[in-house]
Write a protein that binds this ligand. Structure first.
Ligand code: ATP
Ligand code: MG
Length: 579
């Protein structure tokens, strides 16, 4: 018998989970598991972040640990409170709740104390080279760098200059604090990397208190340690930064030097201090998608989409607005697994998870997106009935609803063909079709408009094929959906397709940039007719429009007075067929 809890046995296994299991078995970190999700508040979260969120929160949940949400707000120039708000909303929407909310800026005083410690230990120095000179001295992948002329300046001088940097005595870029590691290292990250730079800008959390800001590699490992993080999970591009991560922690010995974290305790932030382990996994890449925040930001800024939550964007708020259930995104991340192999996942895989979730749980409704009028001529013009429809073919718990029926109907224009192509099983002149939930109609007359287009179909309903009648089971090839014209509500329906026409919009060979590959037909708006129950839906409720796809009531613009639906996904993967 396994002693693991049930949740652990069912959880998908992967190499990071294996490391955590072994660390716990070996009693490392006292058996504790603490992870963090550390977004920089410089944009909205995208589906790539979801992979990291599911992994970090998932590991903590499985092993009874904690997961922190930490805003990595060390670069005030690009950061904004709008992003801080949206990130929290999106993490919660995805189904996770953090144990503590923290900001890297909570540790600014600790970062600074650590810097003075490094200087005193001779492990860091103030450098007067300009940014351009630093680049020159750095060397290349094949050539070693050269030592800064300021590298051997006395400790006391560096310490004094660091204090004066903090006090705001020097201009932006005039000096930096650098680690003293090895300018000949084969790993460029170890060639005396910057620790602090001067930036005289206000910060959304700390205001004007600071004019020097720490670099990511320096701030990240210290943040992890002072929060007691045990496993610091990040994406593969940080693999080459791991030696630096470990170097800083070795130099600083945060667990052994409580003075460094005293400013945190003074503010009521007393957390166990750890020696965290950085572990890298491959990032999520999706085809037909760009995922860099810089590019997403440009799409928004240049008006190529209607904001960060435009349903064509790969952001979580866009997917939410598009009607992707959070559960489907979690399933997707689980199926991807966690590895060190970089790969590009087909967007269709994510859509497949969305369809699976919606097929199982979304109530069914009828809506006509491109209408053609159908009149039943053998019922009195004023005839009205209320039919009962099951909301889901397999899940009775979703109940039933009233669907009004009358002899004036809207059907989908493409469900009629005057000259049917081969294999067409829907309505043709003189032919029969089943009206979903009603019975069999025969098209007895096609009325055309001046241009020769079908304007109206006159049909007769075979009364013997109605519910409960002896002929109710009579077979015809096709069944089509409809809505009753006098009862139907008009709706705005937005049909979304992929934002990009090519699988790899990031590929800039051939002189094109991602913005040259935007799909001009990625958003089409139609006036549709929907059954009355769809007008009453609440924003964000998702449905299957029978035979048409999955749709969601728009989060912001849908109302009973003015229904607005977004297409979440077609019923099947139409892109796979095109390829
Ligand atoms: P960008 O480089 O576009 O600004 P980022 O990756 O730097 O994005 P962060 O806010 O720093 O964005 O990311 C927070 C966390 O999410 C990091 O730990 C990062 O590794 C992880 N993450 C970001 N993108 C992906 C992705 N595509 N797949 C998996 N994890 C990701
Ligand atoms: Mg980042």
């Amino acid at each position: 018998m396994s002693s693991q809890p049930a949740a652990a046995r069912e959880a998908p296994n992967h190499f990071i989970r294996q490391i955590v299991v072994e660390d716990r078995a070996a009693g490392r970190h006292g058996g504790r598991v603490a992870t963090r999700f550390p977004p920089e508040p410089n944009g909205y979260l995208h589906v790539g972040h979801a992979k990291s969120i599911c992994l970090n929160f998932g590991m903590a949940a499985e092993f009874g640990g904690v997961c922190h949400l930490r805003f990595d707000d060390t670069n005030p120039v690009k950061e904004d409170l709008e992003y801080v708000r949206s990130i929290q909303e999106d993490v919660r929407w995805l189904g996770f709740e953090w144990d503590v909310l923290l900001h890297a800026s909570d540790y600014f005083e600790t970062f600074y104390l650590c810097a003075e410690k490094l200087v005193r230990q001779g492990a860091a120095f103030v450098c007067d080279l300009s940014a351009e000179q630093v680049r020159e001295y750095r060397g290349t992948l094949t050539e070693p760098g050269r030592d800064s002329p300021w590298r051997e300046r006395p400790v006391a001088e560096s310490l004094e200059l660091l204090r004066r940097m903090r006090a705001g005595e020097f201009a932006d870029g005039a000096r930096t604090l650098r680690a003293k590691i090895d300018m000949a290292s084969g790993n460029i990250n170890l060639r005396d990397p910057a620790i602090y730079r001067i930036r005289k800008v206000g910060h959304q959390m700390t205001g004007d208190a600071w004019c020097i800001y720490p670099m990511y590699d320096y701030a990240h490992c210290i943040s992890d340690a002072v929060e007691g993080i045990t496993h610091s999970l990040c994406t593969l591009e940080f693999e080459d930064h791991r030696p630096l991560y470990d170097w800083f922690l070795r130099q600083l010995d945060l667990p052994g030097d409580p003075g460094l974290t005293a400013p945190l305790r003074a503010r009521g932030l007393s957390m166990p201090v750890s020696t965290p382990q950085q572990i890298e996994f491959s990032r999520l890449n999706l085809d037909y998608t760009v995922m860099s925040k810089r590019k997403l930001m440009a799409l928004v800024a240049d008006g190529l989409v209607d904001g960060w939550d435009d349903p064509r964007m790969p952001t979580l708020s866009a997917m939410r607005r598009r009607g992707f259930p959070a559960a489907a995104i979690r399933t997707f991340c689980e199926r991807l697994g966690v590895t060190k192999q970089n790969s590009v996942i087909e967007f269709g895989v994510l859509e497949g998870c969305v369809r699976e979730e919606l097929d199982a749980h979304a109530p069914r409704r009828m809506a006509v997106l491109e209408p053609l009028r159908l009149v039943i001529t053998n019922l009195p013009a004023g005839h009205e009935e209320t039919l009962r429809f099951a909301n889901h073919p397999k899940d009775e718990s979703l109940g039933t609803r009233a669907v009004p029926f009358s002899p004036q109907l809207w059907i989908e224009r493409e469900d009629f063909a005057e000259v049917p192509p081969k294999g067409f099983h829907r309505l043709v002149p003189g032919g029969e079709v089943r009206l979903r939930g009603v019975g069999i109609v025969r098209c007895v007359e096609l009325v055309k408009d001046a241009d020769g287009h079908a304007r109206e179909l006159h049909c007769t309903l075979d009364p013997d094929t109605r519910h409960g009648m002896p002929g109710a089971d009579r077979k015809v090839k096709g069944t089509i959906h409809w809505v009753s014209a006098p009862h139907a509500r008009e709706a705005e329906v937005r049909l979304y397709e992929r934002l990009f026409l090519v699988p790899d919009p990031d590929d800039e060979s051939g002189g094109k940039a991602y913005r040259d590959h935007i799909n001009p037909g990625s958003r089409r708006v139609v006036r549709a007719w929907i059954e009355p129950a769809l007008a009453l839906a609440l924003p964000e409720q998702g449905f299957q429009f029978e035979r048409m796809g999955y749709f969601v009531a728009d989060r912001y613009e849908h109302s009973d007075a003015r229904p607005v639906y977004n297409r979440t996904a077609t019923l099947r993967d139409t892109w796979a067929r095109r390829a």
